[in-house]
Each structure stands twice: as C-alpha cells, then as structure tokens.
Design a protein around this ligand. Structure first.
Ligand code: MN
Length: 173
C-alpha cells in the first residue's frame, strides 16, 4: 500500500471518527434535553414517603389535596404532625396557627407565603417556619405537586384558624 493510500485511509477514518463524535454529542444533547424531569410529571414521579390517605375537604383548600395524620394531637406531646400532598395548583386557604407551624418539604415543588411578604418557592428538602398567629398559605406549584410534612406545636392553644381562599391572582403573583 503506498503512502498516499495510507494517508487517504487515515484521513477517511479521522473524518468518520469526527462524524461519530458529532453524532454522539448530538444524541447526548437530545437525550439530555428530553430526559424525563422528575418534577414535570408529578402523578408518576413524585414519591410519597407516607401514603396519601384522606382527601381534604374543599372548604379550606383549593384544588385536590390529601392529608395523612401521623401524630395526633394529645395532651402529652401537644404537637400534631401530618403529611399533606397538594396536586399541581392546589393550595390551602389563608390561615394562621396559634403557636406557629413548621413545614418540611419532602418532595415536589410549591410555595409558602406569609401575609405582606413575597411568595417563597419550596423544593424538596426545604424547611420553613411560620410564626404564631400570622396569616399564611402553602401549596403546590402550578405544574408540580408537593409533599409537605407539617408540625404544629402547643396544640393546647389550638391548631388552625381558617380564613378566605387564596385567589388565582395571589397564587400566581
Ligand atoms: Mn399552615
């Protein structure tokens, strides 16, 4: 095989390798872009640590919400703990807790807003507190549901006082 032919073969192989690399990067980019995003398909992708037990009555929530009681209110621990799953777009009405509240976000994406303050975005792993007797609401984002654990301390003072619904304007602001 003469030098020229070897050179040509090397050049062809080099071009083929280059094309292969380009094709591979394009495939990788496409695969990366179209990979299912956990948060975009909440019904299938969001995993509940606690089962979704009871649908919540619609008088204090907008949209579909499930409540799972975990620690009942009693005179010994005086702390109530539960899990709430909000479907995309679902949220609580404005309300307050006589001794405040702690929220632990265990999956999904949502919001928490204290009256007079900007809306906070919540993601898995976030912990938020609301002081006693302060109006607030919490719920899912429009596209992704949210699982939250709530802790209400000092239940001898009461658990929750419900107010009006969060309007679409307030929710999307
Ligand atoms: Mn609350």
């Amino acid at each position: 095989m003469d030098e020229n032919r070897i050179y040509k073969i090397k050049k062809i192989m080099k071009n083929q390798l280059k094309n292969l690399l380009i094709t591979a990067s394009i495939c990788f980019a496409i695969a990366g872009c179209s990979q299912p995003k956990t948060m975009e398909n909440p019904e299938n992708k969001i995993s509940a640590i606690f089962p979704m037990e009871e649908p919540v009555n619609g008088e204090t929530f907008t949209g579909k919400t499930w409540h799972t009681p975990l620690v009942p209110s009693d005179s010994t621990l005086t702390t109530v703990v539960g899990n709430v799953y909000f479907e995309p777009g679902a949220r609580s009405h404005w309300h307050s807790h006589p001794s405040g509240q702690i929220l632990l976000i265990t999956d999904g994406k949502g919001f928490h807003q204290i009256e007079g303050q900007p809306k906070q975005t919540l993601n898995k792993g976030d912990v938020v507190t609301c002081p006693p007797n302060v109006l607030h609401w919490h719920g899912a984002s429009p596209d992704t549901g949210m699982h939250q654990l709530f802790i209400v301390p000092n239940t001898e003072n009461g658990i929750v006082e419900w107010k009006h619904a969060v309007t679409d304007l307030e929710y999307l602001k």
